[in-house]
Design a protein. Structure first.
Length: 332
């Protein structure tokens, strides 16, 4: 029998998450069988950390559930002809070191996956976060060459890809982040303008200085005060893709923000929230394009790697504190 370690949500978050919200447990996995529901055992190599786990946990989980999350795993035992021992798969089975599957929901990494690329990219730049950037920018923002694109949380897993895709598309890109190191990274990967929102004297002035003519597209990962200020800098007929609301995830009391109706009416803006799963039937298209751009060097990636399954909660909290540049990954 295989013993799996799992992190469960011991208590729902109230305000900012704490390590005491989680509990590490061991589970004995049953033997797998031919057919039925237990046909393959996988060992997790890398696990994904996403900011979205914070709001999703509140909406989708009960206390005592295994913490949600995706992983790249290797098949270590199989009685399923679709999966051979040694195959690598992407799964969505939460914070656990091993899991049993009947194959549903497992996605094989392509056999052509380059040895030169980390397999963890299937969770990030060539996975969920990359696809979020791809479809949010091309399908929601519908950016066009020559336009100006604004991205906040731009040094994160999604934002850093958004900016690079916008450059590939022939746009001017303005990004903001929460440290000087992150701003330097944005400039390194091709952002035309970048600033530290924590140190500017006025966000309104910084947005105007970065693009005096305003913005055609705004890829919003933050919400809150930033979004309320940025909407006033949109050009007429501008498009806003609402991907995240980092500024509000840990609030115990909902924020009272500005109202968006006046600028939306007079600028005739289009503002749309989205989840990348809307385009699940086009996932292969997006991944093929992203992988091509990564291999060509047009999309650069960076991962913030934490070693050790025992450090999952600390890594998650660190990400919420903005410690990462690029995708946050935990190596088992």
């Amino acid at each position: 029998m295989v013993t799996a370690k799992v992190w469960v949500l011991k208590k729902h978050f109230e305000g900012f998450p704490k390590t005491s919200n989680f509990d590490l447990k061991k589970i004995e996995l049953p033997n797998i069988k031919d057919g039925g529901k237990r046909t393959a055992i996988s060992f997790c190599l890398e696990l994904s950390l996403c900011l979205c786990y914070r709001p999703y946990s509140q909406r989708e989980m009960k206390e005592g559930d295994v913490m949600i999350g995706m992983q790249v795993a290797r098949i270590v035992e199989s009685k399923n002809p679709a999966f051979a021992v040694g195959d690598f798969v992407v799964a969505n089975n939460g914070w656990r070191t091993h899991f049993i599957s009947d194959g549903k929901g497992l996605r094989l990494l392509p056999s052509s996956w380059p040895e030169s690329l980390p397999k963890s990219l299937a969770l990030g730049t060539v996975g969920l976060t990359g696809l979020t950037a791809y479809f949010g920018l091309f399908e929601v923002c519908k950016m066009k060459p020559g336009e100006t694109v604004l991205v906040n949380a731009a040094a994160g897993a999604v934002g850093s890809v958004v900016g690079q895709l916008a450059k590939i598309g022939g746009c001017k890109v303005v990004g903001c982040a929460g440290s000087d190191d992150k701003v330097a990274y944005l400039k390194k990967i091709g952002f035309d303008e970048a600033f530290n929102y924590k140190t500017v004297t006025s966000l309104d002035e910084a947005l105007h200085k970065a693009s005096p003519d305003g913005y055609d597209c705004f890829f919003d990962n933050v919400g809150g005060e930033f979004a309320s200020t940025a909407i006033n800098h949109m050009k007429k007929y501008g498009r806003i893709a609402v991907c995240g609301a980092i500024s509000q995830y840990n609030d115990s009391v909902p924020q009272k923000g500005h109202y968006v109706q006046i600028p939306m009416i007079f600028k005739e803006l289009h503002m749309e929230g989205f989840l990348f799963t809307r385009w699940s039937n086009r996932q292969e298209e997006g991944q093929k394009a992203l992988l091509k751009w990564v291999l060509e060097g047009k999309v650069k990636y960076r991962e913030h790697v934490t070693e050790g399954f025992e450090n999952m909660p600390a890594a998650f909290i660190g990400m919420l504190n903005g410690e990462n540049i690029g995708k946050a990954i935990v190596k088992v």
